[in-house]
Write a protein that binds this ligand. Sequence first.
Ligand SMILES: *[C@@H]1O[C@H](CO)[C@@H](O)[C@H](O)[C@H]1NC(C)=O
Ligand SMILES: *[C@@H]1O[C@H](CO)[C@@H](O)[C@H](O)[C@H]1NC(C)=O
Ligand SMILES: *[C@@H]1O[C@H](CO)[C@@H](O)[C@H](O)[C@H]1NC(C)=O
Ligand SMILES: *[C@@H]1O[C@H](CO)[C@@H](O)[C@H](O)[C@H]1NC(C)=O
Length: 437
Amino acid sequence: MAKEMKLNGKLWCFHKHNHLLVKVVVSILLVGLAFRLLFFRSIGFSPVLETPLLEKTTVPEPPVSVDLVPESTVPVNFPQNGDQLPHGEKCDLLIGDWIPNPSGPAYTNESCHLIENHQNCMKNGRPDSGYLYWRWHPRDCELPQFNAKRFLELMRNKAWALIGDSISRNHVQSILCMLSQNQAIEVYHDEEYKSKRWRFPSYNFTVSVIWSPFLVEAAIFEDINGVSTADVEMHLDKLDKKWTDLYHSFDYMIISTGKWFLKTAIYYENNTALGCHSCQGKNLTELGFEFAYRNALRYVLNFIIASNYKGMIFFRTSTPDHFENGEWFSGGTCKRTEPIKEGEMELKELHKILRDIELAEFEKAATKASEMGVNLKLLDLTYISLLRPDGHPGAYRHFHPFAEDKNAKVILDCLHWCLPGPIDSWNDVLMQMVVDG
Ligand SMILES: *[C@@H]1O[C@H](CO)[C@@H](O)[C@H](O)[C@H]1NC(C)=O
Ligand SMILES: *[C@@H]1O[C@H](CO)[C@@H](O)[C@H](O)[C@H]1NC(C)=O
Ligand SMILES: *[C@@H]1O[C@H](CO)[C@@H](O)[C@H](O)[C@H]1NC(C)=O
Ligand SMILES: *[C@@H]1O[C@H](CO)[C@@H](O)[C@H](O)[C@H]1NC(C)=O
């Protein structure tokens, strides 16, 4: 943990100091590789991709600058506003604890056939099962568990879309499994199986997942193995048509983004390169990923505000990973088997940066949205997810990873969520927010 904070601290300082070494180190650490490894669905983790290079990279001490040292002990500011949720009594659904749930998950790897292999922890042989027996409990009110029948009744003739990166895909599988997969018929997929649509014929209800990891338009240059062949080219003033073209056909939407913004990228506005993040040999100004994240989110939210959208739209905050004692590339693990309590873990610095931008931009947008009559809601799942370090596949991203060699070296996934798993409780919250309107 200490090591991890230190590393994050270093990245932070580097970023601020913005020197060449920084760029090299940061790009080695952050460039695509990490995110590509974790965010792509069908990557075989070849040992080659484990890059011993990273282990050899020495991270030099950054120049000491007191005011740049991240305040990693300051608790994250979680919203306390009850008026987000007009609930009769004032209750924030997202402040609370995970409590034991003896009845266990609503589905299993046997009853749901839509679980991606990488998240099918049961099938992959994860030995413990305690992580399945918890549910989210808000401190100040009762949260009913997701009721599939009731939800489907509410959703008759309606269409949902989850728009974002692989966490959105993780989430859509949870929703479909909880709605009893037997009725869901896949009616569409794109060439790469990244965007999909399912239909529940007896309810005329459709659920789509739309792959749009930046929400804004971006050219991503990656080969079939997810290896970058060029920097991402991101347009901060153009939206990704993949979702905007279909926008008005959805009654409910959950949009989110996050970690992809940490990648090496060149930023454009008005088709002119403004600068970049961690790009090398391009003679462009380093603008930092924060610049792009803030601008992209603002652009997306302004579009939504002005869209005259009649449905309900959730802006989901990004959710944390739980690599401990290192990062994904430096031996970090997620071996816990139980939830933690408030205050036991802090958000990592990089995540905190993303989150602060999300909350700031949402807050600005929310005021305007309500003036414009757009039903925009914050789905702030960061905190409840932070308390579930036990919910990730870890090594059980792979089928029985230790069957042949119990010391086998595998890359761990401490970012996505096992299915069934904690992410299922997101739907308890979601359903309540839908009912509350
Ligand atoms: C489900 O997981 C169990 C282990 O928990 C395993 O024995 C079984 O084969 C799995 N079934 C499927 C269909 O993956
Ligand atoms: C199904 O729902 C769509 C809206 O999502 C609606 O336009 C269509 O008329 C519905 N079809 C039937 C048969 O009710
Ligand atoms: C965008 O570029 C065009 C020409 O390339 C210019 O005429 C226009 O003023 C620019 N717009 C903005 C908003 O900078
Ligand atoms: C880098 O860009 C600056 C300003 O845009 C320019 O003056 C300089 O000549 C460029 N250097 C190279 C090596 O292209």
